[in-house]
Design a protein. Structure first.
Length: 182
């Protein structure tokens, strides 16, 4: 069987990529339409759009003008971005700290993150998510539950972003004991 033909010449180097060229001086209108194309695909935070626009233009004043225009027309809104992010993550059982960490990595302000999370992700919802994640992971661990398996379960839930004390409470409620090393 002959080898499959590649759509791209394998000898092209990474230096041929457009992103390796220095930023050009795109006009404000060009940057605005570029930003609209990006926002048509998926939502972006202000920080993410600023980063993408800075790859195309080295003029901070032009980038700021484009962002102001996008915000004035309600195409760009960090609060809505956080709300959409939380709705998209509803099915995943994740804790408050993990959600906060991921939103911070996207360049969002900590105060805004806390405010929106307090409104949309109350403590009761986090407890339900913890119970869901606990049950899902516990199904994968074969009984009997010894200290090593409980520790593994505890660490898994900690990585999912749940609070330490909430995890301990859940383990005490389920097993009546807690790993001393946790």
């Amino acid at each position: 069987m002959p080898p499959k033909r590649r759509w791209k010449n394998p000898s092209t180097s990474s230096k041929d990529c457009i992103s390796d060229f220095p930023p050009s001086q795109d006009s404000e209108e060009d940057l605005y339409f570029f930003a609209l194309k990006l926002l048509a695909r998926r939502p972006f935070s202000v920080h993410e759009i600023r980063t993408r626009l800075s790859e195309r233009s080295s003029s901070p004043s032009t980038i700021s003008a484009v962002i102001e225009k996008l915000e004035s027309k309600a195409y760009l809104n960090d609060r809505q971005y956080i709300e959409l992010f939380l709705r998209s993550r509803e099915r995943k059982a994740e804790g408050y700290s993990r959600l906060t960490r991921e939103l911070r990595l996207r360049g969002l302000q900590t105060d805004l993150i806390r405010e929106v999370l307090k409104d949309l992700y109350p403590v009761e919802q986090e407890r339900r998510a913890l119970t869901q994640a606990f049950e899902k992971k516990a199904r994968t661990i074969l009984p009997p539950m010894d200290e090593k398996k409980i520790s593994r379960l505890y660490n898994h839930l900690l990585r999912k972003g749940f609070r330490d004390e909430e995890i301990r409470r859940e383990i005490r409620a389920r097993f009546g004991r807690l790993n001393n090393s946790s």
